[in-house]
Design a protein around this ligand. Sequence first.
Ligand SMILES: NC(=O)c1ccc[n+]([C@@H]2O[C@H](COP(=O)([O-])OP(=O)(O)OC[C@H]3O[C@@H](n4cnc5c(N)ncnc54)[C@H](OP(=O)(O)O)[C@@H]3O)[C@@H](O)[C@H]2O)c1
Length: 265
Amino acid sequence: MQLTHARILLTGASGGLGYELARQLSGAGAALLLAGREPAKLAELRALLTAQGGEVTTICADLTRAEGVAVIARAAQDFRVNVLVNNAGASAFGLFENQEWPTIERVLATSLEAPIHLTHALVPWLRAQPQAAIVNIGSMFGSLPFPGFAAYSAAKAGLRAFSQALRRELSDSLVSVVHISPRAIDTPMNSGAVNALNAALDTHSDQPSEVAREIVAALARNEVERHIGFPERLFAWVNGLAPQVIDRALAGKLPTIKQHAARPH
Ligand SMILES: NC(=O)c1ccc[n+]([C@@H]2O[C@H](COP(=O)([O-])OP(=O)(O)OC[C@H]3O[C@@H](n4cnc5c(N)ncnc54)[C@H](OP(=O)(O)O)[C@@H]3O)[C@@H](O)[C@H]2O)c1
């Protein structure tokens, strides 16, 4: 994908990873349509990027609502996008049996259903472009489901399966489907309890700028799958071959996970 000619819809542009993706994609010459829910944050980012010579427009809508998806899809066509980056997402840390219905619903609606519906709205448009890509930002937990993140792991595993099925369905078209699985990233998505858990488990958190760099590189090199971070990439691979090995390893960490899940978030 030639980023100098790309016209990109980026969801979750006001978030930790979205902000860095916007900066780096704009720096690589792409025109951006930034989507989020907070007009002030988007306006600030737009001002920064346009001052640096970027072509940037913004659109505000809630992706968990059908009308929100429709508004963004219309704006994307007006902007003549040829790349959709499904980056918006929501997580929730806690023992599954203690999580309330609205929490589970928010995670599934934002991290799984929203990217599926937005992609569905834009596939016919993207198919008609000379070159197009759909980039789904998943998570390592989609390939390495983790205790304390059952609904989020389910959403990201679903997004991974969706990406692979759609890639195979569009393999006779000019639309590529890219799926990225970052490990933990140092962004506002992670609560104090999650950061404390990561420290206790010695889990590394990447900086959003490093992760954005890997995503931009994957897009520029036409890579369709990338797991970011070692040894997590190896553990995800082992989980695919012999999940009981990972079951045993994570059983040893369960008391620590339970202790942190009991903390106020
Ligand atoms: N942080 C991590 O450890 C980590 C690890 C692996 C993968 N990821 C994935 O990376 C992506 C970016 O996450 P992040 O870490 O940058 O999180 P973040 O800082 O919390 O940003 C999340 C973004 O999603 C947007 N969003 C949430 N709910 C929305 C809704 N209903 N409608 C529209 N937009 C909505 C937020 O918009 P508002 O500003 O309006 O709330 C925000 O821009 C997500 O897909 C996440 O699952 C994160």
